[in-house]
Design a protein around this ligand. Sequence first.
Ligand SMILES: NC(=O)N[C@@H](CC(=O)O)C(=O)O
Ligand SMILES: [Zn+2]
Ligand SMILES: [Zn+2]
Length: 349
Amino acid sequence: MSTIESPASITITRPDDWHLHLRDGAAMASVLPHTARQFARAIVMPNLKPPVTTAALATEYRARILAALPQGMAFEPLMTLYLTDNTEPDEIRRARDTGFIHGVKLYPAGATTNSAAGVTDLKKCYKTLEVMQELDMPLLTHGEVTDQHIDLFDREAVFIERVMRPLRRDFPELPIVFEHITTKDAAEYVAEAEGPIAATITAHHLLYNRNEIFRGGIRPHYYCLPVLKREEHRLALVTAATSGDERFFLGTDSAPHAVHTKESSCGCAGCYTALHAMELYATAFEQAGALDKLEAFASLNGPAFYGLPVNEGTITLARETWSLPATVPMGEHDLVPLNAGEQIGWKML
Ligand SMILES: NC(=O)N[C@@H](CC(=O)O)C(=O)O
Ligand SMILES: [Zn+2]
Ligand SMILES: [Zn+2]
């Protein structure tokens, strides 16, 4: 692609989303076309109710996704399993045998949306992790400790010390994706660690710091987990994403929630960006003067880590201003996308 700083458009290899929430049923049917328009493939998170804990459940979930895909749209869901204290090692073998399950997700119990069935103590999973390491099955981590005594803004940094370092010492060959990193600590850890480790970065964590949650009042659509951090952390994430380091790749963490569950006295965590993800990433990369690094981050580094082919075909993003809708349907409800009603300066054609 072009390396000119302010091109009228950019064309890159068709990208993938390496961290996505699609939900299920009617909600999934409403949001799926947004992602399928933007991305060829996505790593589909397993935090349904009940969670996707077995290869059989993932097989059924995948079939429901493919059945909901509008005619003429090409999209490949890359499935994941939800790790629990009781996941059997043989379940990993069954998952590997499907050929379409590409990772096992660690949700520390209580860390985020639908994580109640998550892992209480990683030591309980060691036999299963051994098989994952043997089969080269990536562990995808929501990297926050759940200790209520730890300040919310410090939970990712503490996770590195309490969970990630011991885990990587015990399983040095296990491929790990540190999902949706939000801190300088995580960006530096991933850049410097030995062995097979990578990280996904969301568009909203590249564009916003924590002020955004409180600008002019409390703004629930900017609340996600891990929560937005200080500006110095945002800058470190931009540096990592635009560095060309192949350990960093795109994961939107687009997380649809019905509007009434976010605009509430105890609102859910999650930002919806599936509608305009590539436009947001282009904005962030342009601000950093690094549009020429967008293709590696969005389309090349993820497949290399997961051992999958790079997509065929391209997408074009044009410098064109358009407005995000105030809401979009989500099953029988509506959701409010991030940047609802705002203008954005790039448009995916
Ligand atoms: N990111 C979020 O704030 N929410 C995600 C869960 C997650 O990725 O932690 C969701 O499922 O809604
Ligand atoms: Zn998460
Ligand atoms: Zn997520």
